[in-house]
Design a protein around this ligand. Structure first.
Ligand code: C5P
Length: 313
């Protein structure tokens, strides 16, 4: 698949540098406050004209991605087509780098990318507000995949306020051999929290100030993820991964979202290379990836001039 066959959009993975989880709501979702940070690990979705809605996928986790209508990217194309009273005739090809069930919003990134790719392919010019409404219908993390950068999420995570962020933060991601199911991690959170009073989920201002100041040391001391104990309870081996990266010199570490990916905050690119090497040789994870933040949200990638739809978009 080459980019000039259609429209290619890439969308970033996220980590939650702050995730405060509150009580379960009547709709089954947890009230939460999240500080989302987009990192430079991307999935690409290419949309090409087709006679029906079809999905293909390539990448290390491709065998774990559903290719039917349950695929979040396919669902995104359907919702956009319905909004415009069109048949969802498109082929979506997903080039996957973000781990599946890794707590990094990989499926959400695919949905946001598919939405933007179909909007461009079908030349719809859907207002941003309408795209964000579709994103929120698709899943709690999908609106953030569209906007990227850094944002405060409330409600079930879908109500976003963009946050100021300065400079670049360096991270190493330890990607686990096997994923964890988000609903299962939330259920484990409920089991561990049984009998405790749930305060409203809040994030300390130190965290958002550290992002705004580009201050990695202060951010390191303010990182928080309420789902981490649940992820560690379900996957105790994550403790060994956390120990390797921390001993190799990371400023701080935390489980990303519902896990099992672990994000290590580091001082600079040099430290990142050292920690990634230590993680890889330790054998405590499948692979380690060096990334920076912030990354921009879902964006159309340039098509070679004069080919395909590139000049018309
Ligand atoms: O919104 P999304 O489909 O990504 O959520 C996946 C699952 O994670 C939900 O079905 C729910 O079990 C859990 N979840 C939750 N509270 C949230 C977000 C997700 O319990 N705020």
């Amino acid at each position: 698949m080459t980019r000039c066959d259609g429209v290619t959009v890439h969308a970033p993975a996220k980590i939650n540098v702050g995730l405060a989880v509150g009580a379960v709501r009547s709709d089954g979702f947890h009230e939460l406050t999240s500080v989302f940070l987009a990192v430079s690990l991307y999935d690409e979705v290419t949309a090409t004209p087709a006679r029906a809605l079809t999905v293909t996928c390539e990448g290390p986790d491709a065998d774990k991605v559903p290719l039917d209508q349950t695929n979040l990217a396919a669902h995104a194309a359907e919702l956009l087509a319905t909004l415009h009273n069109l048949p969802p005739n498109v082929h979506l090809h997903i080039a996957k780098n973000i781990p599946v069930a890794g707590g990094m919003a990989g499926g959400s990134a695919n949905a946001a990318a598919a939405l933007l790719a179909c909007d461009a392919l079908w030349r719809l010019g859907t207002p941003r507000e309408d795209l964000l409404t579709i994103c929120a219908d698709l899943g709690s993390d999908v609106p953030f995949s569209l906007i990227g950068g850094a944002a405060l999420g409330t409600g079930r995570g879908e109500k976003l306020t963009e946050l100021p962020i300065a400079g670049a933060f360096h991270w190493v991601l330890a990607i686990a051999h096997e994923g964890l199911s988000t609903p299962v991690v939330f259920r484990e959170f409920d089991r561990l929290a049984q009998g405790t009073r749930m305060p409203p989920p809040t994030i300390p201002q130190t965290l958002t100030h550290a992002l705004a100041a580009g201050d990695a040391t202060t951010l390191a001391s303010a990182l928080r993820n309420d789902l981490q104990p649940a992820a560690l309870s379900l996957r105790p081996s994550l403790a060994a991964t956390l120990a390797v990266g921390t001993e190799a010199g990371a400023l701080a570490a935390l489980v990303s979202g519902s896990g099992p990916t672990i994000a290590f905050l580091v001082t600079d690119a040099k430290a990142a290379a050292v920690i990634a090497a230590a993680l890889t040789t330790s054998g405590t994870c499948r692979t380690a990836r060096v990334v920076t933040a912030p990354a921009q949200g879902a964006s159309v990638l340039p098509t070679p001039l004069g080919q395909g739809l590139g000049t018309a978009l």
